[in-house]
Design a protein. Structure first.
Length: 237
């Protein structure tokens, strides 16, 4: 079956968006949205379904193996990784492709997600010296390490907005890893910042729970981070 990729586009320096439709014929059952976008841009002459010549579609990718998060975009209304979105899994022939909507659009499917890393810096999420991980936290820390900072969780979060005080679920995995590895007395500042920028703003909608492309149990991480950064400290433990 052939597919129509209906892409929401915006050229660099242009504030106006427009849609453009492209025909794509899969080569294998494993073809993904990333495969299709790559093939479109490799055509000698790229034209839409109306025969109008088109500029190559700008999008980001790196590993194409669900490890970098660069190809995150909204596909049929759901944020996901283009490299993991198999065409065969879509029931409709026409597939709607858009950039993530919670971040400033640079062009086409490219967005500016630098706020994710600025937030991590605000939370002071780094080790100042070598740390040890207690055995009881190893499974939790391993799951937290799976986060690729793709931003899909923030796309569905009703409370997150760029430059807002609430940093969202993307900050929780890194915070969890630090809190499990640092001595309690050294993690006070991180816990304080977490309480201000994550705990205080989370409405517990858990919209992020089923959207993570890595299958991270965000509810489990959130519960544990809250316990370590807020509840145990309020009880003086």
């Amino acid at each position: 079956m052939n597919y129509i990729l209906n892409i929401l586009r915006r050229r660099r320096g242009d504030a106006k968006s427009y849609r453009q439709r492209f025909l794509y014929e899969p080569v294998t059952e494993g073809d993904t949205i990333a495969t299709a976008l790559t093939e479109l841009n490799n055509r000698e002459v790229l034209a839409d379904t109306d025969g109008t010549p088109a500029e190559p579609v700008e999008w980001e990718c790196s590993c194409l193996q669900k490890k970098c998060g660069a190809c995150a975009m909204v596909i049929n209304g759901r944020p996901q990784l283009a490299c993991a979105a198999r065409l065969i899994d879509f029931s409709r022939q026409e597939i709607m492709i858009e950039p993530l909507r919670k971040f400033p659009v640079v062009c086409d499917l490219v967005v500016d997600r630098s706020i994710l890393f600025e937030n991590l810096k605000t939370l002071h999420l780094w080790l100042s010296r070598e740390a040890e991980l207690p055995d009881r936290y190893r499974e939790l820390a391993y799951q937290a390490s799976e986060c690729i900072q793709c931003g899909c969780c923030l796309e569905v979060c009703p409370n997150f907005c760029v430059n807002g005080r609430f940093f969202g679920m993307s900050s929780v995995p890194v915070t969890t890893r630090l809190l499990t590895e640092m001595p309690v007395n050294e993690a006070k500042e991180i816990a304080k910042l977490y309480a201000r920028h994550t705990f205080a703003g989370c409405g517990k909608s858990l919209a992020c729970k089923d959207i993570c492309p890595k299958g991270i149990d965000t509810e489990k991480l959130l519960v544990n981070a809250n316990a370590m950064a807020v509840w145990k400290r309020r009880k003086g433990k």
